[in-house]
Write a protein that binds this ligand. Structure first.
Ligand SMILES: [Zn+2]
Length: 206
């Protein structure tokens, strides 16, 4: 905890004075994020860092393996769905990005089975991505299966986004665009999902 408090002290002496005006403006006029990101909880994949975004620019929801559950307004506690409702219906973000990543522990547990000590919630949560697991097992050789499945998980989440009527309506009306992206931890390269299902470097490089 001491390291964190030391980090906070650095923020107060350096980061806060630099950004004071921005925070004051955001406090006064409210947030108007340019995009919403559904990302993994992985500590190595920080959407604000990857997109070099300032406070107020990105609305982010993070969960294990950047999954979007299908729309199920059943009275249970749906954290990700609540965040989506807030971002899409209240803040009306124009872009919604599902950001997956390499070496994802959630995807590994989907392919290899969740460890017993993560059996209360992780396995059931990852079952959302069962169609991705099946496609990976069917279509990819063993050594490529992890990355193939990470890509397929992004596609499952994008398909599930369209089960929310207020997302499908906005997409049809051209008010909201959905995007898939995948971040390679070992190289720092961001790949974007194309309509044909393949991923290409976001900045046009190889
Ligand atoms: Zn992950």
């Amino acid at each position: 905890m001491e390291t964190l408090i030391a980090g906070y002290r650095r923020f107060r002496t350096k980061g806060w004075p630099e950004r004071r005006k921005l925070f004051e403006a955001l406090a006064e006029s409210g947030q108007r994020p340019k995009a919403m990101v559904v990302a993994c909880i992985d500590s190595r994949v920080d959407p604000a860092m990857i997109f070099d975004a300032a406070p107020g620019e990105l609305l982010t929801v993070r969960n294990v393996a950047n999954l979007v559950p299908p729309c199920a307004p059943d009275g249970a506690h749906h954290g990700t769905s609540a965040a989506l409702e807030f971002g899409v219906r209240m803040l009306e973000v124009p872009h919604l990005i599902v950001l997956g990543h390499g070496m994802c522990g959630g995807v590994r547990s989907l392919l290899e089975g969740a460890p017993d000590r993560a059996g209360d919630f992780v396995a059931n949560w990852m079952s959302i991505a069962e169609p991705a697991r099946l496609r990976a097992v069917r279509c990819a050789p063993n050594e490529d299966r992890q990355e193939y499945c990470e890509h397929e998980v992004i596609k499952v989440s994008l398909a599930n986004l369209m089960t929310y009527p207020w997302i499908a309506e906005r997409v049809a009306a051209g008010k909201l665009e959905l995007h898939g992206a995948w971040f390679a931890i070992h190289s720092g390269v961001l790949m974007m999902l194309l309509p044909n299902g393949s991923f290409v470097a976001a900045d046009g490089s190889d």
